[in-house]
Design a protein around this ligand. Structure first.
Ligand code: ZN
Length: 236
């Protein structure tokens, strides 16, 4: 039955792909077939090739057991993130989520669930959505993993991280996260849009570990290179 249902779903995706072909979120040319499933990738081959890959040898943020960053936060990836985050265009979340899933999938055993880094109440109300959750939703769909969006809760809105030093960032995030509904499974993927110093995911990972998670890996759409003055996945 499961096979039949998956086949039906896959056929539906191909049919949708034929009716609504994928369109590049950056240049509006025809997109590509997805490397993972029947869903199309809303990014053309040229624009995908222009997205700079992140180096493999990234040290995990404190409290995290591994980190996966598909790309460096530079052109044209920064355009996708900024459109999502500041212009309220949701299409880039689908691209970023799919690229995130394609980057993580070949590395083997997946975690039990995906937890997006939550936004504070005020920022969520201003933006109308959580960009990390939107990216997580698409990555989860491709990897067939559950998203536990209410597991982690932001207790307060924090000051924007950009412009703060490392110590100030940690202080800014002290007590900013708490467990909301449910308990974390043993292995969790914590999803955020951009990673700079890692202080945001470190603070969230610490709370998940205290609540019983044994393994927390950070998945980010992009990470900044050292000494760039960019934001930290910290909603602004
Ligand atoms: Zn393109």
């Amino acid at each position: 039955m499961l096979t039949t249902s998956l086949t039906r779903r896959s056929l539906t995706r191909h049919a949708l792909g034929w009716l609504v072909p994928p369109r590049c979120a950056l240049c509006d040319r025809r997109g590509q077939d997805s490397p993972l499933s029947g869903w199309g990738l809303d990014l053309c081959a040229d624009c995908e090739a222009a997205c700079p890959p992140a180096p493999d040898s990234l040290a995990p943020p404190p409290g995290c057991d591994a980190v996966w960053a598909a790309h460096i936060y530079a052109s044209p990836v920064d355009t996708l993130v900024r459109e999502l985050k500041f212009d309220g265009v949701l299409a880039p979340a689908r691209v970023l989520g799919m690229l995130m899933a394609a980057h993580r999938a070949p590395a083997g055993e997946l975690p039990d669930c995906i937890v997006p880094v939550p936004l504070g109440r005020q920022r969520f109300a201003e933006r109308g959505f959580n960009q990390a959750q939107e990216i997580a939703r698409h990555a989860a769909r491709h990897l067939r993993l559950p998203v536990q969006a209410r597991l982690l809760h932001r207790t307060r809105d924090t000051e924007a991280q950009s412009g703060l030093g490392a110590a100030e960032r940690q202080g800014n995030l002290a007590g900013a996260f708490a467990i909301g509904r449910g308990r974390p499974p043993p292995r969790v993927a914590l999803v955020d849009d951009v990673l700079t110093t890692g202080s945001t995911v470190a603070a969230a990972a610490r709370v998940l570990k205290e609540a019983g998670a044994q393994w927390v890996e950070a998945w980010v759409a992009a990470r900044t290179l050292p000494r760039t003055n960019l934001d930290d996945g910290e909603p602004q």
